[in-house]
Ligand binder design. Structure first.
Ligand SMILES: [Zn+2]
Length: 308
């Protein structure tokens, strides 16, 4: 019985020790678990907090984007309105500028026209004649080398001078002898010339020499050409190379034959060429017409480009 009691006590003690050990072990683990849980909870709390902060930030951003969107839409509307205004203004400016250009262009043309002597493209005849006081603006002396009689001064309208010089130089380069026999003649000079012819030829002079005031020579734009090919009478001019050259080329320099064969004004004057401007001379040449074939109205349209 004693032996059994001892065993029981020892067994009980051992059991107690085991239980206490177990309890301690369990508690220990439980504490660890609790700590872990607590840590986890804190972590979770932090994450939750972060999330809410992020959410708040996101919603803030959304609001900002919305505001920006609205403002943008508004400014786009405003912008397109402003752009429209700007465009309209620009167009108005352009229109205004065009008008100004148009007006100044017209003013320029009118100014040019007002400065161009209409007499220079006037048809002269027994009906229309120049006033005895008529003077071309400025006349320039024709260089000696181009004059038939080198010692006698001859003058030409200052604006026709460059055309005449070009013509004479071109003829020279083409191997053609072309000289000036007569150019500008004043009313008085024309008068004394006519008197001279009248004494020589009587009333027959009327057929080839214009009366005072009727002569195109008084304009300062008309030339009587000659050539070393002939010595005496101008009527032989018709047969010269110089005349053939003029027929082919004079229009390029603005000169036109005033009195062709069978004209109703004077006898055929192959030497007598009037400056009518390159536009009109070219058109006359193209249409195989002469200055006096056209109406004054048709001719006047060329006045503005007379010296172009
Ligand atoms: Zn003449």
């Amino acid at each position: 019985m004693e032996k059994h009691a001892k065993t029981y006590v020892y067994g009980s003690l051992l059991l107690i020790v085991i239980l206490v050990g177990l309890l301690f072990y369990g508690y220990n683990n439980l504490t660890k678990l609790k700590d872990a849980y607590t840590a986890r909870g804190t972590e979770l709390e932090a994450t939750k907090e972060t999330l809410s902060t992020e959410k708040e930030r996101a919603s803030n951003l959304e609001a900002i984007i919305e505001i920006i969107k609205q403002e943008f839409a508004l400014s786009e509307e405003n912008g397109s309105e402003l752009l429209g205004l700007l465009k309209a203004e620009k167009e108005r400016n352009q229109e205004f500028e065009d008008q100004i250009t148009g007006i100044s262009g017209t003013v320029g043309l009118l100014d040019k026209l007002s400065k161009t002597d209409p007499q220079l493209l006037q048809k002269y005849s027994k009906i229309y004649f120049l006033n005895e006081n008529y003077m071309p603006g400025v006349v320039l002396e024709i260089p000696k080398e181009f004059r038939r009689d080198g010692n006698t001064s001859l003058f030409i309208h200052e604006k026709v001078a460059p055309f005449l010089t070009d013509l004479l130089k071109r003829a020279d380069r083409d191997g053609i002898s072309l000289l000036v026999a007569s150019a500008y003649r004043s009313f008085d000079e024309q008068g004394s010339l006519k008197n001279g012819y009248s004494v020589q030829y009587g009333t027959g002079a009327n057929s080839f020499s214009a009366d005072q005031g009727y002569s195109e020579h008084q304009l300062g734009t008309t030339i009587d050409f000659t050539t070393t090919e002939i010595n005496g009478t101008l009527y032989d001019f018709e047969t010269t190379k110089a005349y053939a050259w003029l027929l082919k080329n004079a229009y390029r320099y603005g000169f036109a034959l005033s009195y062709p064969k069978d004209n109703t004004y004077y006898v055929f004057e192959p030497w007598h060429w009037r400056f009518v401007g390159t536009d009109l001379a070219r058109d006359l040449n193209r249409d195989n017409k002469y200055f006096y074939d056209l109406s004054q109205r048709e001719i006047d349209a060329y006045l503005i480009s007379l010296f172009d």
